[in-house]
Design a protein around this ligand. Sequence first.
Ligand code: PLP
Length: 398
Amino acid sequence: MMSAMQAFDEYFVPVYSPAPFVLERGVGSRVWDTDGRDYVDFAAGIAVSALGHAHPAMVSALTKQAEKLWHLSNLFMNEPALALAKTLCERTFAEQVFFANSGAEANEAALKLARKVGRNIHQDKTQIISFSQSFHGRTLFTVSVGGQEKYSSAFAPLPADIVHATYNDLESVKALISKRTCAVMVEPIQGEGGVVPADEAFLVGLRALCDDHQALLIFDEVQTGVGRTGSLYAYMDTPVVPDVLTSAKGLGGGFPIGAMLTTRAIGGQLGVGEHGTTYGGNPLGCAVAGAVLDVIDESVLMGVRERSAYICKKIAELNARHQVFAGVRGRGLLLGLVLSERYQGLAKTIVSLAGEEGLLVLVAGSDVVRVVPSLLITKDDIDEGMARLDRALSRLVG
Ligand SMILES: *Cc1c(COP(=O)(O)O)cnc(C)c1O
């Protein structure tokens, strides 16, 4: 009989190289593979499973909705979407929402909106500024705006009039921005690019530059949003309010959904039929996202900050023994363990060793191990995950 890995190699377009086990079920921050082995989950499906696996509020929202109505299209209204849009507007700066099915699609909507708004001012106002090492998704537009050429160069010709400045370097933005700029897109913390937080002064400076040049400031909060940093959205940790914000990943807690949030003045510049999606705002996704947001209250956000401090303390203890990490970057439960000089390039090796020891954890580039557990992970699960990481690091250090 074919092994799972052989079947994967046989039947899948080879764009992934998954871990060698097949996961079957999960509860909270534990998952089990088809051989019954358990794993502590510090990966949360890439910062998606904000409430962990099989959270009762999500299971209930999904199953209740599944018995009522699955899909309608945007030709008809549905209650979960109406309620979710209202909640997102009440809990953020936003006044209007566009629902999509993924982060890339939320960003695609934001970028198209920026082009439209720019061209409403002047037909040449089309330039988009983003940042090297940024990640915004895998559609052609979003890989082009993203700052990692390895994700875009094979697919040229790319959409035009996109330039990349240096993250946390305001002067590099000043050198590019002009009255032709329609938007600056930025992650408040670069996730895939290595868990690199933006300096507050940098974000404040971007806000001022965008205001001076009538350009939209777009925060890609696909990874930082929905409580991950210890605030509902990371912009709330700063003095800056964006014009457009994109959310996905944790929003559905594992059910695919994305959202673009903006003001009425900006959103209102798109007209009927100018953008759309078949599944966006479907009742199942919106019911689950509504349940996720219901759970994420002030006490959960406080819990994120407490868990963050506890994980950082445990990492410091581990590192006192192994000296593998040069430091920890990030905020809340979006943490990057930065490998020291001696272990550069070995993030993937550590993730593999951790998998063998029963811990799911991620990389963010080749030199950073990324820890993005459920916002509700228990102290016991953190302790057990750290014990397993300890064993993995012992094997690495040898
Ligand atoms: C994951 C991610 C995306 C892409 O989201 P998908 O749901 O994979 O399309 C976009 N931006 C950021 C910051 C992300 O972390």
